[in-house]
Write a protein that binds this ligand. Structure first.
Ligand code: KG4
Ligand code: ZN
Length: 335
C-alpha cells in the first residue's frame, strides 16, 4: 500500500509577490497562484516596503482561497501550512507569517517555517531529481551566493562557499536598467534589450575577487560612469550595446566562479536558482561552459526561478522545520 500523500499549502510574501500554492509530496503542483505588485512599484522605480505590506494585506486572503480552490480542497484537507519566515522585507513577511499562523490555528494544521533562499535552491527539486552533492548558484534581487548542497531530499544541508561583497546580481541589473531609463524590474528589460545589442561593444570590468566571492558594484559604477560621460560630452550611446556589454560582464563572472567551484570540488552537477536565472544569456552561456566542462546543468522553469509559493511548499516538504504560533518574521535571517 502506498503511503498517504502529504499536501502542503505554501505562502510567500517576502517582497513584492503575494503567492500561495498547494503541492503534494514536494513535487506534484496542485495549484500555483501569484499576485504580483510590480505595476504598483514600477511607478517608484523599485519596491516601496510600506506599499508592499499594504498590498499583501489586501490580497492574501484571496490568493490563499484561490490556491485552495484550484487544488479543489479546503484547509481541512491539508497536512501542513508552510510560510516564508525570511529573509525579506519585515512588514511584507509579517503579513504571510501572521496569516499562516491564523490559518494554522483555525484549521488545526501544523505550521512549517521556510527560509526563502533555501526555497529558491529547493526549486531545483520540483521538476528534477537532482541528487546532492551539487553546486548551486543563487542569483536573486537581494542575494548572490555559491553554495554546495550536500543533502536536499532529507532536510537541507549546505555550505556557502562564495557570496557577493556588495550588490546582488539582480540588484545590479535593476540599478543599471534604471540608469538606462528602462523601468522596473530591470532584469527582464535588460535581458530583452541586450538581445539586440553587441555584447563586445564596451569592455566593462569583471571583478576578480578572491575565492568564489563576487562583486558587482564595480561593473555597475562603470556603466553609470560611461553613461554620465556620454551625457556630459553630448555623445550618443547605444542603449542595447550598453545593456548587452554590461550583461556579458556580469554573466562572465557568474559562469566562471560557478564552474571553478565545481571543478575545484570535483562535482559535475550545477544548479541555478533565483530570479536572475531566468536570464536567457545566462542560461545559454552557463549551458555552453558546462557542456565544455563535462558538468550537468539544472535550471528550474522560469516560473520557479522568480518568487513563487510552489518552492515554499516543496521546500517545506523536504525540510519539515516545525514552527509554533510564536513564529516571527526574520528579515535578515542568515544565508
Ligand atoms: O528571486 P527573485 O524573484 O526575488 C528575490 O528573492 O530577490 O529575483 C528578482 C530579481 C530582480 O532583481 C530581477 O531584475 C531579476 O531577478 N530578474 C532578472 C530576470 N528576471 C528577473 N535578471 C536578469 N534577467 C532576467 N530575465
Ligand atoms: Zn526570491
Amino acid at each position: 500500500m502506498s503511503a498517504k500523500a502529504i499536501r502542503i499549502l505554501g505562502i510567500e510574501s517576502s517582497c513584492d509577490e503575494t503567492a500561495a500554492a498547494v503541492v503534494e509530496d514536494g513535487k506534484r503542483v496542485l495549484s500555483d497562484v501569484i499576485a504580483s505588485q510590480i505595476d504598483v512599484h514600477a511607478v517608484y522605480g523599485g519596491v516601496v516596503p510600506e506599499i508592499a505590506s499594504r498590498k499583501h494585506t489586501e490580497c492574501i486572503s484571496q490568493v490563499v482561497a484561490e490556491a485552495l480552490d484550484k487544488a479543489k480542497m479546503t484547509a481541512s484537507d491539508l497536512d501542513y501550512i508552510a510560510v516564508t519566515k525570511g529573509p525579506g522585507l519585515v512588514g511584507a513577511l509579517l503579513v504571510g507569517v501572521s496569516y499562516a499562523k491564523g490559518l494554522s490555528y483555525a484549521s488545526k494544521k501544523p505550521l512549517l517555517a521556510v527560509n526563502h533562499i533555501e526555497a529558491h535552491i529547493g526549486a531545483n527539486f520540483i521538476e528534477n531529481d537532482i541528487e546532492p552533492p551539487f553546486v548551486c548558484l543563487v542569483a536573486s534581487g537581494g542575494h548572490t551566493h555559491l553554495v554546495v548542497v550536500k543533502n536536499g531530499f532529507n532536510g537541507f544541508e549546505y555550505e556557502v562557499c562564495g557570496r557577493t561583497k556588495d550588490d546582488a546580481a539582480g540588484e545590479a541589473f535593476d540599478k543599471v536598467a534604471r540608469a538606462l531609463g528602462l523601468g522596473y524590474p530591470g532584469g527582464p528589460l535588460i535581458d530583452k534589450l541586450a538581445g539586440t545589442g553587441d555584447s563586445q561593444a564596451i569592455n566593462f570590468p569583471r571583478a576578480n575577487v578572491t575565492g568564489y566571492d563576487f562583486s558587482f558594484s564595480g561593473v555597475k559604477s562603470a556603466v553609470l560612469n560611461y553613461l554620465n560621460k556620454c551625457n556630459m560630452q553630448n555623445t550618443e550611446y547605444n542603449k542595447a550595446d550598453v545593456a548587452a556589454s554590461f550583461q556579458a560582464a556580469l554573466i562572465d563572472v557568474l559562469t566562471t566562479n560557478s564552474v571553478k567551484l565545481c571543478k575545484d570540488l570535483g562535482l559535475n552537477k550545477l544548479a541555478l536558482a533565483g530570479g536572475v536565472s531566468v536570464n536567457s544569456s545566462l542560461r545559454s552561456a552557463m549551458q555552453d561552459i558546462c557542456d565544455k566542462s563535462g558538468i550537468r546543468l539544472y535550471i528550474p522553469s522560469p516560473r520557479y526561478c522568480t518568487d513563487n509559493a510552489v518552492m515554499i511548499a516543496s521546500s517545506a516538504y523536504f525540510t519539515r522545520t516545525p514552527a509554533g504560533l510564536d513564529l516571527n518574521a526574520i528579515p535578515n535571517i542568515y544565508f
